[in-house]
Structures are given as structure tokens and as C-alpha cells.
Design a protein around this ligand. Structure first.
Ligand code: NAD
Length: 250
């Protein structure tokens, strides 16, 4: 097994890629803290991990709230003694709203989940990882963190910033034994598409010009995360691993 006894926190573990990562990591021997904003989803995923013979603990946390994130880390340490791997996966989309039409409240909400959340969690786990001289942080970004027309202004800005946070964290803490990398998925079949409730026409036109995305499955991203989490990627730090079926290759 590739993650035997590693203590892993996965945010947004109740659905899609987060759930696939939580389940795959548990199969690989990790003790998984499955965190989400939805209690029902947490119960589902932690039950499914335990039924498959794995170790899991569900903890409710809204990553946009620093106090929630801190209790997530504290309760993980109480239960399992440490944190070895943090997967900042929770994220929300933004109806492709361009900057000319974005409201302050919408901007703050998207940045709060997609950028502040990973910052709060990274800041808190770094204290633990620095003491150990070892740790792994994986940020689930997006091809929207690399190109302009893969989301709205808030989503694209948040994911570009998340990639910046990834690289800065890697550059600063790599010499302390802590590796930080990002994944940039393209189109993946998950529940997130159901959150596109009122797609902005102008934003959709720009996305249309980027061409249609091949669609992948959550498990295909989980395997990319597994590589970055395991010691097989021991010399990989500060990269953005694009997993988009070639969408951005042409
Ligand atoms: N699906 C795609 O096509 C795609 C492509 C590129 C990147 N991504 C990114 O991948 C990540 C996972 O997305 P997914 O497609 O699996 O989505 P999903 O909607 O299936 O799952 C996201 C989970 O995050 C949880 N969540 C939402 N807000 C939260 C908060 N404030 N605190 C804690 N949990 C919260 C939701 O309850 C849900 O269970 C996101 O960061 C997303 O931006 C998705």
C-alpha cells in the first residue's frame, strides 16, 4: 500500500474528486479525515470507507471559515496524532460571471472557499509539518488556474491565485521537507456542474471559444493526487499537474 498509516485531510470530501481521493487514499492504507460542509455527505463517504475496510473520520467544516478549519486540524490531531497530507480540494464554481457583472458578495464567496480555505488549512498544518520535517500539501486547482476562459472572473482569479500559493509554499517550505503541488483538472463529471444554475451569457461565449472539453471521471484525478501524495513523487515540488484529457494541449 502506498499511504500506509498516513494521516490525510481531504476537504470537500463529500462528493466528486474529493470523495474519490478520500476513498482511494483509504484503500492505500491512509487514515482519512473526510471533511465537507455537508454532514450528510460526510456520513456517506466515511461509512463507505469503513464498509470497505478502511479508516475514516468525518469532520464538518466550512473551509471559508478559519475557526472551522482550525477545529478540523485540531480534531484530526486529537484523533490520529498528526497530519501527514493535506488535500485542499473543496471549491465552488461561479456561473461564469465576468468582472463587469460580478458583485462584491459573489467575489468574496468564491475567493473565500477557493483561495482563503486552502490558505487557512495550509497555514495551520504547516506548524505540524515543520515540527516533523515532512509533509505533503496538494491543492486541487483547475485549468481555470492556467487559462482565462475556463470559468468566470472570480473562479479563474481564485484558481490562478491558488497556483501562486502552491508555488510560493513549495519554494519556501521545500527545503524543510514539505512538498506542495497542484492539480489542474479539465472537465470532470461531478456534482459541481449542478451548481451552474444561471450561466452568464458573455462568460459562456468566451468559454465556447476555448472549445469543448473532453470529460474525465473523478477517479482519474484521484490517481494523480495519489502520485503527488506518495513518496513516488519525492522529487516533485511546486508543479501543476494538468489532468484534462488534452483539452489545453491544442
Ligand atoms: N468538476 C470539474 O470539472 C472541475 C474541473 C477543475 C477543477 N475542479 C475543482 O475540483 C474541486 C472539486 O470539485 P468537484 O467537481 O469534485 O465538485 P463537487 O461539487 O462534486 O464536490 C465539491 C464538494 O465540496 C464541498 N464544499 C463546497 N463548499 C465547501 C466549503 N465552503 N467548505 C467545505 N466543503 C465545501 C461540497 O459540499 C462538495 O461535497 C473544486 O476545487 C473544483 O473547483 C473541478
Amino acid at each position: 500500500m502506498r499511504l500506509s498509516d498516513k494521516v490525510v485531510i481531504v476537504t470537500g470530501a463529500g462528493s466528486g474528486m474529493g470523495r474519490a481521493i478520500a476513498e482511494l487514499f483509504a484503500k492505500e492504507g491512509a487514515k482519512v479525515v473526510a471533511s465537507d460542509i455537508s454532514e450528510e455527505r460526510i456520513n456517506e463517504v466515511s461509512t463507505s470507507i469503513k464498509e470497505a475496510g478502511g479508516e475514516a473520520l468525518g469532520i464538518l467544516a466550512n473551509v471559508a471559515k478559519e475557526s472551522d478549519v482550525q477545529q478540523l486540524i485540531d480534531r484530526t490531531v486529537q484523533a490520529y496524532g498528526t497530519v501527514d497530507i493535506l488535500v485542499n480540494n473543496a471549491g465552488i464554481m461561479d456561473n461564469f460571471i465576468p468582472v463587469g457583472e460580478v458583485t462584491h458578495e459573489h467575489w468574496e464567496r468564491v475567493l473565500g472557499v477557493n483561495l482563503n480555505g486552502p490558505m487557512y488549512a495550509s497555514r495551520a498544518v504547516l506548524k505540524i509539518m515543520l515540527e516533523k520535517g515532512k509533509g505533503v500539501i496538494i491543492n486541487n486547482a483547475s485549468v481555470g488556474g492556467l487559462f482565462g476562459a475556463r470559468g468566470g472572473a472570480a473562479y479563474v482569479a481564485s484558481k490562478h491565485a491558488l497556483i501562486g500559493l502552491t508555488k510560493n509554499t513549495a519554494a519556501v517550505y521545500g527545503s524543510k521537507g514539505i512538498r506542495t503541488n497542484a492539480i489542474a483538472p479539465g472537465g470532470v463529471n461531478t456534482a459541481i456542474s449542478g451548481t451552474i444554475t444561471a450561466p452568464n451569457q458573455l462568460g459562456m461565449e468566451a468559454i465556447g471559444r476555448a472549445g469543448s472539453a473532453p470529460m474525465g471521471e473523478a477517479q482519474e484525478i484521484a490517481y494523480a493526487a495519489l502520485f503527488l501524495a506518495s513518496d513516488e513523487s519525492s522529487f516533485v515540488n511546486g508543479v501543476v499537474l494538468t489532468a484534462d484529457g488534452g483539452w489545453t494541449a491544442h
